[in-house]
Design a protein around this ligand. Structure first.
Ligand code: FE2
Ligand code: FE2
Length: 237
């Protein structure tokens, strides 16, 4: 097991409301040291939709750093860490493209568009989601091959990861600083809280009890494999 962030508590856990994820939540509650019996601790705070989406962006950023390490090795002529890159791309596919971006496209962008806000931005973000999928298809294919890549294929993989990073750094930064703050402005409070429940339910439906924390563990394992997990190595001396 890698380091565990504090297990976030959903709004439904705070309210003690039993819905489709009640069983999952009950199990999650059992291993939460902050909880006392069936009652939520007074200092538990629900995860809001922007926080939920932004911590998912943290996963995306960490996979971009995995890609950057792969890129560094490719450019240095080192052995390709195919398994690690393939595992990173698989997280992009399942957690970012098939989950996080679906939440954005189904629940976030339409709210902004209905409110007449940021339609020009959401149009670009949607296009970038589609382009990202094409690049991820290629990274998955190149790194999933059992045979070693020739130089042309190494160059193509480096190019695909490079443009993926180039696109997603501004993409997620714009969502964090402009799109999600505007979402908070245009969505009424009750609907905002309901959205938090929808996101939480979908997270556990897709990723089981471990949910977000389980994905973070997987990312940490890849980082350890590549030798980029230890934070202190990045502190300037
Ligand atoms: Fe996005
Ligand atoms: Fe996003």
């Amino acid at each position: 097991m890698t380091e565990q962030p504090p297990r976030a508590v959903g709004r439904r856990q705070l309210l003690g409301v039993s819905m489709s994820t009640a069983g999952v939540i009950a199990l999650a509650a059992c291993d939460n040291p902050q909880r006392r019996g069936d009652q939520p601790a007074a200092d538990e705070v629900p995860v809001t939709p922007p926080e939920d989406l932004m911590r998912e962006h943290g996963v995306l950023k960490r996979v971009l750093l995995i890609y950057r390490e792969g890129l560094r090795r490719l450019q240095a002529g080192d052995e390709l860490p195919a398994h690690a890159l393939n595992a990173g791309a698989a997280i992009i596919r399942s957690f970012i493209e098939d989950y996080h971006e679906q939440l954005e496209e189904q629940h976030v962008f339409p709210k902004l568009e209905q409110a007449g806000k940021l339609a020009d931005v959401t149009a670009v973000l949607r296009t970038q989601h589609q382009r990202g999928r094409v690049l991820t298809d290629r990274v998955l294919a190149a790194t999933g091959s059992a045979s070693a890549l020739d130089q042309a294929k190494r160059d193509a993989l480096a190019q695909d990861m490079s443009v993926f990073i180039r696109m997603y750094e501004p993409h997620e930064a714009r969502e964090d600083t402009v799109v999600f703050p505007t979402l908070r402005q245009v969505v009424p409070a009750k609907e905002f809280r309901d959205m938090a429940d929808i996101f939480e339910d979908e997270e556990h439906r897709r990723f089981g009890q471990a949910g977000f924390e389980g994905i973070v563990d997987k990312v940490a394992d890849i980082e350890k494999d590549l030798g980029i997990y230890d934070l202190s190595q990045f502190t300037p001396s």
